[in-house]
Design a protein around this ligand. Sequence first.
Ligand code: ADP
Ligand code: MG
Length: 252
Amino acid sequence: MMPLLRTLDLEAGYQGKPILKGVSMELFPGEVVVLIGPNGSGKSTLLKALSGYLPSRGAVELLGKPLGNYTPVERARILAVLPQENDLPPTFTVEEAVEMGRYPHLSPFSGPGPSDRQAVEEALSLMNLQGFRRRLLATLSGGEKQRTFLARALAQEPRLLLLDEPLSRLDVNYALELLTLLRNLAQRGMGILAVEHHLAYARLLATRAVALRDGKILAEGAPEEIFRPDLLADLYRVGEGHRRHLARLLEG
Ligand code: ADP
Ligand code: MG
């Protein structure tokens, strides 16, 4: 099977300051790869490099073809991104924001068609936003905004979803619903790469986990191999006094 995504010795940074130092990974259809690691370890930077927002060295391939050989529209038909910070004007309505997800599919000669309408409606309904369609982004709570940006990514009907902390602003019910939705999407063949800080959610979400520290992959493997108190205590440099709390966080 061809990976959706492959990187080889990926390096990226800001103003000449290296952050990612040789990241090699693959992601296959059906996988939910959860990226964990300390604050500042380069998780968001990796997602930005993979979405083509950041110049990088080394190889990034999307469906076997170098990322740089795609036009932005071609890329957006395959890959959707939920950034950590939202990126639309606060004067957009929820519906307009979700409609933005359709732009890579629109023909330059016609407006949105029935399939675009349907994708938007489906995404609104999956994120339980039908009642919010006329609301301005400026008036939404953090969780409502997060669901709006997720709906935009889903309306895009991507094969690969890059999510930066998708559960972070959601209450436990929405978080568990989204977690199930993402697992179901993967089961139907989507590939998902998600940064998640909340370790209990991360473990439930992941089919595989990658631990990043100081811009390098420290460990990767099945959730049961990665979500272990000893490994996580090392990864996050948790002090002796807090290690038993970490173990309790992971119980159950
Ligand atoms: P995280 O793993 O928490 O998502 P990031 O990838 O956001 O970490 O950041 C990795 C490092 O890069 C941090 O030290 C951060 O300060 C730095 N960094 C992130 N964005 C920028 C930027 N736009 N300009 C300069 N440095 C940045
Ligand atoms: Mg981040």
